[in-house]
Each structure stands twice: as C-alpha cells, then as structure tokens.
Design a binder for this molecule. Structure first.
Ligand SMILES: Nc1nc2c(c(=O)[nH]1)N[C@H]1C(S)=C(S)[C@@H](COP(=O)(O)OP(=O)(O)OC[C@H]3O[C@@H](n4cnc5c(N)ncnc54)[C@H](O)[C@@H]3O)O[C@H]1N2
Ligand code: MOO
Length: 423
C-alpha cells in the first residue's frame, strides 16, 4: 500500500511522520530484569521508587564535633566556650550516648549525629585540650548536618522510566539496593547492504567493485545508540535474494535498515519488493541533501503483531549516515522506550562559510569544538575540510555534528550562527 509516498517530504514533516510510526516497546511485555552490573546503557522500563530516605539518618558532613546549638550560639573570640567531649562516633557506628548541655561528641564525616546534638562544628574551628573542646566562634544553627530524607524521601520516585542508564544512575540504584534492574529488552535492528558491486573489506577488490562500508557504520551507530545490530551483510541486486533478506529480517528484528537500491535505477528494487511483501510505503524521498532517496515503510510483523519499521537508506556512504542521524536515530531512541528521544540541536557560530545549492535542506558535516581554556573562545562549528560530496566518506571521519543550511538559503557566512544536529 502506498500512502502519499510519492511526495517530496520536508525533513521536519518526515521526522514527525516517522515519530508517529515509531511505537515504543511495551514496558510490560518487552522487558527483562538485569543485574545492576549489566544495566549500563539500557533503558529503564519502570519508575524506581526509593525504598529508603536519603540520607538514611541525620549524619555529619564534616570531621569535627557534634554540639547543641543552644550551648554555643553566644560563643565568640572574647567569650570562648568549652564543652566536654563525652564520646567518639566513627562512621558506621551507632552513637552510644546522647549529648547533654555542656557536652560534645567527637564525630567524623558520614557518622550518625547523636541524640541531643543538632549542629556540627568543623574540626578546623576548634581547639582540643584533652577531653575538652574549645570553640571561639558561633556556628550556624544545624550547620553541617545532613538531615534524614533531605535528599529524597522513601516511597518517592528516584529514577523515572525511560531513562538510558548512565554511571550516576547505577550509583543511585546501588545505593537504593536495587540490584535487579527492570529494563527494556534490546531493540533488534537488522542491517543489510544491497548492491552487486559490493564486496566485504577482506576481499581483493576487482575493477568496478566497491567495499561495503555502510554495514559497518550502521552497525556501529545502532550499537552506540543502545540497540542490538543484526548484520546480514551484502545482498546482491536480485529480487529473490532481497526478498529473502527482508523476510528473514522481518522475522528476527523490530527495525530493518538497508542501504542502497532506493533510487530510480534499473536495479533499485527495494520499494517494489516492499510493496509485494504487503508493506505500507510512507516516504520515498525527502528534501534533504545528502540523502534525498529515503524509503520509510512499515511491514507486518512475523511471529508477533508488532509492525516492523523499515528504513531504506540511500547507498552513498555519507547519505546513508546523514539519513541515519537525522531520521533513524531518533526513531530508534523512541522505539527503545527513551523519554528523551529526538534530535539534539544546538545553535553555534560557524567557523567558515557554509554553502548549499538552496534546493534542499542541506547538511554540512563537521565538528562542533568546545573551547579548551577560558580564553573567551566560543563553541563553534567547523565544517570538515575538503570536498563535501555524498560519496566522499573520507572527510566524514570524526564528524560529531551536521550544520543545517535551511531550504532556500545558499550561504551562511563565517561567524554567523547556524543550527547544528549533534550526532
Ligand atoms: N537518476 C537519478 N539518479 C540518482 C538519483 C536521482 O534522484 N535520480 N539520486 C541520487 C542520489 S541523491 C543518491 S543518494 C543515490 C542513492 O541511490 P541508491 O540508494 O539507489 O544507492 P545505490 O545506487 O545502490 O548506490 C549509490 C552509491 O553508493 C555506493 N554504495 C552502495 N552501497 C554501499 C555500501 N554498503 N557501502 C559503500 N558504498 C555503497 C554505490 O556503490 C554507489 O556508488 O542515487 C543517486 N542517483
Ligand atoms: O541525496 Mo544524495 O544523498 O545527494 O547523494
């Protein structure tokens, strides 16, 4: 079935449409419980509520003395106050006595504040003489006490569903004693490269042949994005082989990515085969350079009723990556259950002039660089040096951003601000 697919879609229209097609995994059905140590980079399937107050009890933020504020509030250099040190409380120990008027407890960072005390005085602000401590300045009331529950209350949400777990999140889960983490299962992404001219990188290259580089880049991008890449390799330009590849990808993956064969050439079979296989073709070309031929389709699920999202990316290596970054990456994030799914844009000055033919929204590849020192330099976009052509993957190396030259604009001057997609 074809659905207005012959239109030339603007990038933002295509993005919005793909967004609707990319239905997230089901947090109940598509989940697993993973040991904490294996959960880095996975997407949390449930909100984790705190089983404890943080801090778990009132504790000291400093090495020093736990005192009663009422005892020391009048203290000054002229009127020092001396307190009796009646106990010592290292971290991890329960205070054995409560502090009465005129008394103090020696205390260390993280140790429980004893009953009766309400304020901590830093060691550096005291003088110790035997079993007495002398204060020559009044502390603030409740100084250096980290109060129970002041960071987080038990029963309140600690981490929301849909976040991709990072190092700090693992620290929080560990502290909350959540050792089995509910995460979404991996999103499975099948990848194949089409073209009779393609050979794998370890084969001697014959005249006319091209090394398949797209499979490697796409698999790496899928993995970097936190999904499972199923690499099918090279599929020749034959209807039967392509059909077999699509059907087997339909069986094993949630998303299918192919590169090549989506333009108008005699061997560009992808769209026609998708229709034969009962797909709905949503998009066939986008007004984007590089990356005009882009097929977006949905195929029926095999083995379950989840529709498979199909992206037929253009074969030119840069076009393939640019369309992945602009359209596939946010869709994979959304499908994976991520609450922050979407392109990350920044507006920064460009270090050099940027050019476009003006007929399509153009993406210039390069690097956003951050100032190394505080010399008044700004974050800026530096286009990759050399010839920017959709077949030239050489200067694509180390790309971390795509600068967007809007439709109809032919030049953005050096120093002008430009919208960049962080990739
Ligand atoms: N008459 C027209 N010709 C073309 C048009 C058009 O509108 N009318 N569009 C051009 C644009 S823009 C692009 S982009 C390409 C995309 O074509 P396909 O997706 O069908 O890609 P192929 O023809 O299969 O390959 C294009 C190019 O890329 C090389 N390639 C393919 N796969 C890989 C791979 N896995 N690794 C590395 N390189 C690959 C392939 O050898 C070709 O050189 O169509 C234009 N033509
Ligand atoms: O869109 Mo093609 O990707 O310009 O080379």
């Amino acid at each position: 079935m074809v659905c207005n697919s012959n239109a030339l879609w603007s990038a933002s229209e295509a993005e919005a449409h793909i967004n609707q097609l990319a239905q997230p995994l089901d947090p109940q059905r598509d989940r697993e419980l993973l040991p904490l140590t294996q959960s880095l980079g996975r997407v949390l399937a449930d909100t984790v509520t705190s089983p404890l107050d943080f801090p778990h009890w009132d504790n000291s933020a400093m090495d020093g003395y736990a005192v009663r504020f009422a005892d020391v509030q009048q203290c000054s250099a002229d009127r020092p106050i001396t307190l009796a040190v009646v106990t010592e409380i290292p971290a991890g120990k329960i205070p054995q006595v409560s502090i009465k008027a005129g008394q103090a407890a020696r205390i260390f960072t993280g140790a429980m504040v004893p009953l009766g005390a309400d304020t901590i005085v830093m060691q550096e602000d005291t003088e110790r003489e035997g079993d007495r401590v002398i204060l020559r300045q009044a502390p603030q009331p409740q100084a250096f006490v980290r109060h129970r529950g002041s960071f987080q209350r038990s029963g309140e949400p600690l981490l929301p569903a849909g976040i991709q777990l990072q190092a700090a999140d693992l620290a929080i889960l560990a502290a909350a004693q959540c050792t089995q983490v509910p995460v979404y299962r991996w999103l499975r992404v099948a990848i194949f490269a089409t073209g009779d001219e393609l050979v794998p990188p370890d084969r001697p290259l014959q005249p006319g042949q091209i090394v398949d580089s797209n499979s490697y880049a796409l698999a790496a991008l899928v993995q970097q994005g936190g999904a499972l890449a199923q690499v099918f390799g090279i599929v020749p330009d034959s209807r039967a082989d392509l059909r077999r590849a699509i059907i087997s990808a339909q069986e094993s993956a949630d998303v299918i990515l192919s590169s090549g064969g989506v333009s108008v050439g005699d061997y560009d079979y992808i769209d026609e085969l998708l229709q034969d296989l009962g797909a709905t073709l949503h998009i066939r070309s986008v007004a984007v350079k590089p990356g005009k031929p882009l097929t977006v389709a949905t195929l029926p699920g095999v083995g379950d009723d989840r529709p498979r999202l199909y992206f037929g990316l253009p074969g030119n290596p840069v076009s393939s990556l640019v369309t992945f970054w602009r359209f596939v990456q946010p869709a994979l994030q959304r499908l994976s259950g991520r609450r922050d799914a979407g392109c990350r844009w920044l507006t920064v000055p460009t270090a050099e002039d940027l050019h476009s033919g003006g007929g399509r929204e153009t993406y210039v590849w390069g690097r956003v660089t951050w100032p190394q020192g505080g010399n008044g330099e700004e974050i800026q976009f530096n286009p990759a040096p050399g010839y920017q052509n959709s077949a030239n993957l050489v200067n694509l190396a180390q790309t971390n951003a795509l600068a967007q030259v809007p439709l109809g604009v032919k030049r953005i001057g050096a120093g002008d601000r430009v919208k960049v997609l962080l990739v």
